[in-house]
Write a protein that binds this ligand. Structure first.
Ligand code: ZN
Length: 685
């Protein structure tokens, strides 16, 4: 591992933070914390921590010795000085004399000794840092070090690499007891440059930030060198000749791991999937002994809160036997849940404090021949689970290459999974009305589509924006932020629609809500209008809706967790406008299409509803058209746009709200909601 230390960058940090009252120690601490935190081979998503002991002034202007330690909820890779709260050091050191200290008392004592009461909670490993005398301390969950210690004879393996340069501490759950045993180990070996916490990670210490950091890089490099020697490759398992594709299998997997599957009652609670594959992942999932090495447990304890202790394994999906595979996947999910219930019951019986069981579903699925899926309530959570699972794959593959992978005991994992201080890292969330759902919006690059995509994302949906104009779709996705997906799609080309849905399924695992919105207006007097115009309009304003809905239903049926089809019809569908036949006719057919989908797929819990909008400023009714039409009618633009019963202009956002409402109205199907400010001629009877 290369050192990325740069004296110039250190100076930049010191200069940048000095005007904000941050001292040089803390500025340099911020710098190397980021260096360590931005390498996934060292730490991931909230893992690891660092500290510096320094002197700061309190409110009275008096110098106080403090430890600045990583705060809960901060990622090392993007840390700021505020993420390294200062705690009075002397009181912390005195705690070492206590025989026992509960987690709650420890957290409370750390909080009351903060210099700034608005700081985040100091790390659960604060006392470990405080009891050691060194100025700078770095802690990572280096994959290379873990691959060495996660072995039946892990201590011997690391001793061969580091000798007396580090001290070795047997696995103990983080907290007061670990801090005390680490301090005791150090007292016996005061010259050590670091500590290996077996089956957990590595600490390095230093008088300067550079010393602690360069020791970390050196120790990790030594571990990497050891892993490079005497390797044996993973034995390959057998695979079917033709493997099914990700778009074919993802909805089946997603349906199998939904929290609740009661589609007809409207209570399906879904998960978002994040697919990963590469040669390392494939070597791992295709291994003959996958069922052994992947089911041992986590490579470092805090992974359990993101990935649970084991991934779910499903058989390789034979492209010719997908029907049978569905049954095998459901059986694998049931077996996973049963195993989890047993694990909980067995360990809760041993636990001094009785716990409440968490949801029993997997966070990672391994698919031989294909790759791996991370699972989460949001695309972000699914990506975190996938990142951690990829990291675990690297550790376990390396551990198997030089020996055999072995992790902490099942009860140790249970203790961390059900530890209140770990659960606190996940935070509490009140889920929004469209959370855990994937929404696809066609014509999402502008107007009503863009407003709807934004509104659905605002309600917690993961959004895919389909548009013929990829740049426009990308611009909307960027505005929405997060993991919104932009996809190029010509809805009049069935192959393009299929490809777009495949892309959405590969990104999120499936589809729950489809807003079939793309459309365009053609004019002409019926009877004389060119057939070509009429056919063109039918392609976009009818056939494209059918093509989009067909793909959505195929995916929704594979998931088995119901779904929602929404169509943008038009006032023209019920109230023909003069010379607007080419537009109104296919829209009227689409209105009937809505009813047909509602009728034929109600039994699958798939709802179909429509919104009739009128006179909205969009690509269909441009500012120029508004100017021309209002002039032709002798009205001001404002009066023309507000020419409805309520005398108020209707906007794309108003239409978007109606789509969001219909997406959440789980008992409504075959309905049309009119959003036009009131037009009695176009009102439905
Ligand atoms: Zn740790």
């Amino acid at each position: 591992m290369q050192s990325r230390w740069s004296a110039t960058e250190v100076q930049e940090f010191v200069t940048r933070y000095a005007p904000k009252g941050v001292n040089a120690d803390l500025a340099v601490r911020t710098y190397t914390t980021r260096l360590l935190g931005s390498d996934p081979r060292l730490v991931l998503h909230g893992g690891g921590n660092t500290s510096v002991k320094t002197v700061m002034k309190d409110m009275l202007g008096e110098d106080v010795e403090v430890i600045c330690i990583k705060g809960s909820g901060w990622d090392m890779g993007s840390i700021e000085p505020a993420g390294l709260p200062a705690v009075r050091l002397e009181p912390l050191r005195k705690l070492r004399a206590l025989p026992k200290l509960s987690d709650e008392d420890m957290v409370n004592f750390q909080r009351i000794n903060l210099l700034d009461s608005s700081s985040p909670n100091p790390s659960v490993e604060t006392l470990l840092h405080a009891f050691l005398p060194h100025k700078f301390i770095d802690h990572t969950h280096s994959t290379a070090v873990l691959a060495l210690t996660d072995q039946p004879d892990g201590e011997m393996v690391v001793r061969e690499v580091y000798g007396d340069r580090v001290a070795y501490v047997p696995y103990t759950i983080p907290g007061f007891a670990l801090a005390k045993s680490v301090a005791d180990v150090f007292d016996k070996n005061p010259k050590v440059e670091g500590l290996v916490l077996l089956q957990h990670g590595i600490f390095t210490v230093g008088a300067t930030a550079e010393q602690a950091y360069s020791r970390m890089i050196e120790f990790v490099t030594l571990a990497e060198d050891r892993l490079g020697r005497q390797r044996k490759p993973l034995a390959k398992g057998t695979l079917p000749a033709k493997i099914a594709s990700v778009p074919e299998i993802a909805p089946i997997l997603r349906g199998a791991v939904a929290l609740e599957k009661n589609a007809m009652a409207g209570s399906a609670k879904r998960q978002i999937l994040d697919f990963r594959t590469n040669s390392k992942i494939l070597d791992y999932v295709n291994g003959a002994e996958l069922a052994r090495y992947s089911q041992q447990g986590v490579v470092t304890p805090d992974h359990t809160i993101r990935t649970k202790n084991w991934p779910m394994i499903v058989p390789a999906p034979d492209a010719g036997k997908l029907g049978e595979w569905v049954g095998e996947v459901r059986a694998a999910a049931d077996a996973f849940v049963a195993r989890y219930h047993d694990y909980f019951a067995r360990n809760n019986a041993k636990s001094p404090v009785k716990k409440k069981e968490l949801d029993p579903l997997p966070r990672v699925i391994l698919v031989p021949g294909v790759g791996m899926f991370g699972i989460g309530a949001t695309a972000k959570d699914a990506a975190i689970a996938a990142d951690i699972a990829e990291n675990a794959i690297a550790v376990i593959a390396d551990a198997e290459a030089i020996g055999q992978y072995k992790c902490i005991s099942e009860y140790d994992m249970f203790e961390v999974e059900y530890w209140s201080l770990e659960q606190a890292k996940l935070g509490k969330s009140n889920e929004k009305s469209l959370a855990r759902q994937v929404a696809v919006v066609t014509g999402g690059g502008s107007g009503i589509g863009a407003a709807t995509a934004k509104a659905m994302a605002g309600q917690g949906a993961e959004v895919a924006i389909l548009d013929r104009d990829l740049d426009a779709a990308k611009a909307v996705a960027k505005k929405i932020g997060g993991k919104a997906l932009a996809v190029a799609c010509d809805v009049t080309d069935p192959a393009s629609v299929k490809a777009a849905f495949d892309q959405v399924v590969a990104a999120f695992g499936g589809v729950d809500i489809v807003v079939s919105n793309a459309g365009a207006a053609w004019q002409g007097t019926i009877g004389t209008v060119d057939d070509e115009i009429l056919r063109k309009s039918f392609e976009l304003n009818f056939w494209a809706h059918q093509s989009v809905a067909q793909n959505a239903v195929r995916i929704m049926q594979a998931q088995g967790t119901y779904g929602c089809l929404l169509f943008n019809t038009s006032k023209q569908a019920v109230n023909p406008g003069k010379d607007f036949g080419p537009y109104g006719l296919p829209k009227a057919a689409t209105l009937f299409l809505v009813k047909q989908y509602a009728l034929d797929h109600g039994k699958d819990g798939i709802r179909a509803n429509a919104v009739n909008a009128d006179r909205i400023r969009t690509g269909l009714l441009t500012d120029d058209m508004v100017a021309a039409r209002s002039k032709a009618r002798g009205l001001s633009e404002a009066d023309y746009m507000a020419g409805n019963l309520l005398k108020r202009e209707v906007t794309a956002d108003d239409v978007a709200d109606a789509f969001v409402y219909l997406a959440t109205a789980t008992k409504t199907t075959a309905a049309v909601v009119t959003v036009d400010g009131g037009n009695i001629e176009a009102s439905l009877r």
